[in-house]
Design a binder for this molecule. Structure first.
Ligand code: CU
Length: 648
């Protein structure tokens, strides 16, 4: 390359990168993630995080230790083991000179009497029975404005949620002297909870049995949030919950919102996090401080499985909480379980672990610090409901010429079924017509009027075409608004139940009956199952080219999986294509329509088994196989090696 070519080349590259900088904003331009140093000998599988009054960060771990990080902002911070021998404390609180943590079987106060940064007294505040199921996680405590503490107790898992010991599936209030007040139930996997500025209590839930998708619920005393296992204890002394186990009926194919209207005590969520589109396993709740950019007072909600944090704006309409969730920041090293603000600066800390649960970030644990760069991202700051549509507020003025065009937006609404199965497909999806657009004088607000509201539905609101004044697109151009209430109720709008279903084509790639032409001759019988940590139980299988294969996939796991055999070197392409199926993914079993898929099973529910029949490729070589359920394809994969036919 001569000099002038080099200069020209450099100019082209800088031109391209300049334009990319305008057209492709990155999260890291606004919020930066940095790893906190962890000494090699410490397995810092974070269960809880709390700053003490000296600015040290306390970290409780799933290994049963509590570490004090004396100077978490330094590159080589100093770790002191404050406590040990605890039973998987999945939460940590610092209050009036002590740490409190919730072990599986008790709430414990850790007291450092002599100030040497090591706990001298492990004091039981209160305790409860365990029945030994691995899934009996206990979370918290967090502090309530009245000085009481709040804890939650996970259900056990025996193929479905089970409350094998008292108060499993409940949120409990505990006073400093150990008095327990049962507060609410219907909880399944309540890893995250918090109190907003008004003193209202919210908890987040993971998709599962009776839970169509991840969600957040505003809990008041006596509420029932949806999973009936905990109702086993609703007649116990002190229970404020009136519902009984037998009151719950899922045979009518209703949503949770419709059940709320039929049965007193049922509480529909304030926010749904649509499964795979926002996250797959919601975790901690944290709040943006004034120093963390333009979102003061909004919530951060973690997602363990997708290694990300979402952003939530809520409003109260007719006395009921509802609101919108947006993507915020992704790319954490492990599964996001805990988020905490550093009270002394503009940073927040993200505690992570993925053992037994799996996550997009591949490290088994991590502690990361996120700081705001001081730049304002171009984002939809809030979405509020309006009597005739939705009001979108932006962080920067929008370019009015594009903001006034209907094709800059897309609005779709849908719901989930409330039933005892694990998760729910998207139900009754419809496109909404935008009937009118008005843009405010300052360009910061856009009102979209729509043809119809459906209460209890989730609104996917996309603003893909929107640009700011310098021609830059939004950093994230969509949100999901959960509509429980409409201000100034309109009379003519009635909910229709016209289901739009995606018709799945009958595919030669999914054959579940032995082909007649095989004449009962199967060359190879393959049986494959799953292993903990988002894996198949075998990663390599060998077959001879052209053989007739019967493959039986036994999904012996707690979550849905599928099996796809893929053309050589196409595994990432197919994995990404499956993720991009969006709202249609579940109806298509997360199988993208592409030549790269050779054969596949359906998406199997937990404990479902399916056999498929296919002919092995004629060309020898390695053929990847994958699960394409969102979040799984990076780890849940293996190779089917096709060997040449033996020469006779
Ligand atoms: Cu999977």
């Amino acid at each position: 390359m001569n000099i002038s070519t080099t200069i020209l080349f450099t100019l082209i590259i800088s031109f391209i990168s300049y334009n990319c900088a305008i057209s492709q904003p990155n999260e890291s331009d606004y919020y930066q993630i940095n790893q906190i140093y962890i000494p090699k000998e410490i397995s810092l599988e974070v269960g809880g995080l709390a700053f003490n009054d000296k600015g040290s960060l306390g970290v409780s771990t799933r290994r049963g230790e509590v570490w004090l990080i004396l100077n978490p902002e330094n590159t080589k911070s100093e770790y002191i083991r404050f406590a040990h021998g605890l039973h998987e404390p999945l939460g940590l609180l610092y209050h009036e000179g002590s740490f409190f943590c919730n072990q599986r079987g008790e709430l414990t106060q850790l007291i450092d009497e002599d100030g040497d940064n090591q706990a001298d007294i492990y004091k039981t505040i209160t305790k409860w029975n365990l029945n030994g199921n691995y899934h009996e996680y206990s979370y918290g405590p967090i502090l309530l404005p009245d000085g009481q503490m709040l804890v939650t107790l996970n259900l056990g898992w025996i193929g479905y949620g089970d409350s094998g010991s008292k108060w499993r599936g409940w949120m409990l209030k505990v006073s400093q002297d150990g008095k327990v007040t049962p507060y609410a139930t219907g909880l399944r996997s309540p890893a995250g909870f918090g109190v907003n500025a008004e003193g209202d209590i919210f908890y987040t839930e993971n998709q599962g049995d009776w839970v169509g998708s991840g969600r957040m619920t505003h809990l008041e005393s006596g509420d029932f949030a949806g999973n009936p296992a905990g109702l086993r204890w609703s007649a116990e002394m002190g229970s404020p919950v009136k519902l009984k186990f037998g009151d719950i009926d899922d045979t009518k194919n209703l949503s949770l919102y419709e059940n709320q209207n039929e049965l007193e005590g049922v509480k529909a969520p304030s926010i749904w996090f649509p499964h795979t589109l926002m996250g797959i396993s919601t975790s901690d709740i944290n709040f943006f401080s004034k120093k963390m950019g333009p979102f003061e007072g909004q919530m951060m909600v973690g997602d363990q499985g997708h290694s990300k944090i979402m952003r939530v704006f809520q409003e109260k309409i007719n006395g009921v909480y509802q609101g919108v969730c947006f993507p915020f920041i992704e790319g954490f090293a492990s599964g996001v379980l805990r988020i905490i603000n550093n009270p002394n600066n503009d940073a927040f800390y993200v505690g992570q672990t993925n053992r037994g649960w799996g996550s997009t970030g591949q490290s088994s644990y991590a502690l990361e610090r996120v700081s705001w760069t001081g730049k304002i991202p171009f984002e939809i700051k809030t979405i509020k409901v309006h009597p005739e549509g939705f009001l979108l507020e932006f962080t920067q003025p929008v370019e009015k010429s594009v903001a006034k065009i209907i094709s800059s937006y897309e609005i779709t609404d849908f719901t989930y079924l409330y039933h005892h199965f694990y998760g729910s497909d998207v139900q009754n999806k419809e496109s909404r017509n935008i009937t009118d657009i008005s843009v405010s004088e300052d360009g910061l607000n856009v009102l979209l009027k729509i043809d119809q509201f459906r209460k209890g539905y989730i609104y996917e609101i996309k603003a893909t075409g929107i640009l700011n004044k310098s021609g830059q697109p939004l950093l994230h151009d969509f949100g999901y608004y959960t509509l429980n209430e409409i201000p100034e109720r309109k009379s003519n709008f009635t909910a229709k139940n016209t289901a739009t279903s995606i018709t799945k084509k009958v595919s030669v790639k999914h054959i579940t009956v032995e082909p007649e032409t095989w004449l009962n001759q199967i060359d190879v019988n393959i049986e494959i199952g799953t292993a903990p940590g988002l894996k198949f139980d075998q990663s390599s299988i060998t077959v001879v080219a052209g053989s007739k294969v019967k493959l039986t996939f036994n999904n012996n796991d707690d979550m849905p999986h599928n099996f796809l055999l893929i053309a050589q070197n196409k595994e990432d392409e197919v994995g990404i294509a499956a993720t991009k199926l969006g709202l249609n993914g579940a109806a298509l079993d997360y199988v993208p329509e592409t030549e790269a898929v050779i054969a596949h099973t359906n998406l199997l529910a937990p404990h479902e088994i399916e056999s498929i029949y296919f002919t092995a490729p004629d060309v020898p070589g390695p053929y990847p196989f994958l699960c394409t359920f969102p979040g799984h394809y990076l780890t849940m994969r293996g190779v089917l090696t096709v060997t040449p036919k033996s020469v006779l």
